[in-house]
Design a protein around this ligand. Sequence first.
Ligand code: TYD
Length: 205
Amino acid sequence: MTALGRFLAVEGLDGSGGTTQVALLADALRTRGIEVLITGEPTRTLPIGRLIRQALRGEEPLSDGVLPYLFAADRRDHLDREILPALARGAWVISDRYMASSLAYQSLAAGFDYVVALNGRFRHPCLTLMLELDPSTSLGRVASRGEQRERFEVLETLQRVHGAYHQALAWVQEQGAAVAIIDASPGVGQVQAAVWAAVERELLS
Ligand code: TYD
C-alpha cells in the first residue's frame, strides 16, 4: 500500500497538552482543505488499546513486563486498521502519542533496546512533535485535573520518562524521521503557533 498522506505524531509527558494541540492542528489543516484523521494511542476503540487502558487504571492486573508487548500490538493493529488506510487515501493522520511514547515509557521496565526491537519496524511519522514540559510541571497539571492517577503519573517516574523521551527522540532522528521540540509551558495559543510553524517548515513549504 503506498502512503500518500502525511503522518504526524504528537508526544509529551502527561499534562503537556497534546490532545488540545492535536485538535487545533487538525482544525488548521482542515481549513486548508486537507482531510485529517485524529487518532491516538493507546487506541480507544481497538481491543488491545481498551485492554491497555484497563491496565493503566488498575482494573486489570497486568505487569509492566506485559505492557511493552501490548503497546506494540496495539500500534500494529492501529497501523493496519486505521493509520495506513487513511494515509493511502491521501488523508493526513495526527496521532496523540505513537512510537516515541513506548520508547520513553516502556524502556523504564523493559530497557530501551528491547523496546526498539519490538517497535523498530513500524512506520515512522513524517514529523514527531514533542511538547516539552519539565516533569514537575507535568505532574502539577495532572494533579490539577483531579482525575485518578494512572500508573506513570508520579514525579520520579516522570523524571525517568522525560530522560528516556529525549533518548527516544534522538533515536527517531537517527532513523531519518523529523522531530520538532516545542516548549509546552506557555499558553495554548503560543504553543499552537509554534506547532504550526514546525508543520509549515517541515511539511508544507
Ligand atoms: P494518555 O495519552 O495520557 O491517555 P489519556 O488520553 O487517557 O490521557 O496515555 C495514557 C498513558 O499511556 C500515558 O501515561 C502514557 C502511556 N503510554 C505508554 O506508556 N506507552 C505507549 O506506547 C503509549 C502510546 C502511551
